[in-house]
Design a protein around this ligand. Structure first.
Ligand code: EPU
Length: 343
């Protein structure tokens, strides 16, 4: 276990915000995490705890007065092979894209469209990350956790995780209570590419890859290329991917918008509801590529807020509020951050 005091979080948040944690603890095993929780309980320590992954979905508004926890559990274990399926248990601290690469290399299929999403496996299961028509929940069977109050181990089935769009029980009523230690995935031995999300087929055509003989490696590489074209590399420009969620609205609300914007992009959710890309609305408000001081809206994808260097969390928050206010004034829709604000 690594324990540090007054520790800089700059390398632990992809926005690259300068903030410090009063304490920082990195554990290597479930036993170590349970030991840490037990010691806190024995000492009557009730200072705040924040469990992070690679900080790709966090905004530190200032220094963190409590303890930041980080998992170094990174093992990959096949637990069963049954028919077309392989069941794999993966440590929460493994970098998500290393897991996707490992799965593709092992000929275990399903995760290709989730290539290059920043973050770690545990956070992916909290956030239900998604891209290009796939979501993490489609492949998660259950998760192993440790209760951060009692140290007890508890398993949650995917149903108990109550997954939704960028959402789970770990972001709602159980926020901060459990640390995910492992995620159990079910992947397939047969490759069934999912190519119908906008942009993939066009990108394949440009590369001369046909959709019948495509390999998982080719699909993964194409997704990586598409993401690199649109999304800034956090090592070059601080950002946390999509800053806002795409709002899901009543169909009547969308039809009203369509009167002024006949070409407004949208995704069908169900008979009554439609999802509107927030990036499109932000662009319509004139924010795309605009900067205010150290922060700005990314020039190639308006859903992404960026730190041009030296920004504080408060500056990002102010930009967020200005963008929200303009979108609400123009479209009558309140957009909400996907990024977690840490006070
Ligand atoms: N659009 C604009 N202007 C922009 C950005 C987007 O008009 O500046 C339009 C696009 O033309 C398109 C639509 O909005 O018609 C959707 O854009 P895109 O396909 O880029 O996806 P998105 O809805 O902006 C979501 C996810 C991304 C994920 C992509 C691809 C959310 C919050 N974001 O973005 O996830 O990679 O789809 O599947 O759902 C992330 O969560 O960090 C993330 C990057």
């Amino acid at each position: 276990m690594i324990v540090k005091d007054n520790y800089s979080l700059k390398e632990h948040n992809t926005f690259g915000i300068e903030a410090t944690a009063a304490h920082f603890v990195e554990y290597d095993s479930v036993d170590e995490l349970q030991m840490f929780v037990g010691r806190r309980a024995a000492n009557g320590d009730t200072t705040p705890l924040l469990h992070i992954g690679s900080g790709s979905n966090l905004l530190f508004l200032g220094d963190y007065a409590g303890t930041v926890l980080h998992s170094q559990i990174r093992d990959i274990t096949v637990t069963a092979n049954e028919g077309d399926y392989v069941y794999v248990r993966v440590g929460a601290g493994l970098v998500w894209d290393d897991w996707v690469q490992y799965a593709v290399d092992s000929h275990w299929y399903g995760l290709e469209n989730l290539s290059l999403i920043p973050g770690e496996v545990g956070a992916a299961a909290v956030q239900n990350i998604g891209a290009y028509g796939s979501e993490a929940k489609d492949f998660i069977l259950f998760v192993d956790t440790v209760d951060l109050e009692t140290g007890a181990i508890r398993h949650f089935t995917a149903e108990e995780c109550r997954y939704g769009y960028r959402d789970s029980i770990f972001k709602q009523e159980l926020r901060g209570r459990y640390a995910i230690t492992h995620v159990h995935f079910r992947l397939s031995h047969s490759f069934r590419p999912c190519l119908d999300y906008g942009g993939i087929r066009r990108a394949l055509e440009e590369r001369g890859i046909d959709d019948v003989n495509i390999t998982a490696e080719q699909l993964r590489q194409t997704i990586i290329d598409i993401r690199r074209e649109k999304l800034p590399d956090p090592t070059e420009l601080g950002n946390a991917g999509s800053f806002f969620m795409n709002p899901i609205v009543e169909r009547s609300v969308f039809e009203h918008i369509q009167k002024s914007y006949p070409d407004a992009p949208h995704y069908e959710v169900d008979a009554d509801r439609v999802k509107i890309p927030a990036g499109w609305m932000i662009e319509q408000c004139g924010w795309k590529g605009k900067s205010v001081g150290h922060v700005g809206v990314y020039e190639k994808q308006a859903l992404v807020l960026v730190n041009h260097g030296g920004a504080t969390g408060q500056e990002i928050r102010q930009l967020c509020e200005s963008v929200q206010a303009d979108v609400e004034a123009r479209f009558g829709i309140k957009i909400h951050p996907e990024v977690n604000f840490i006070a």
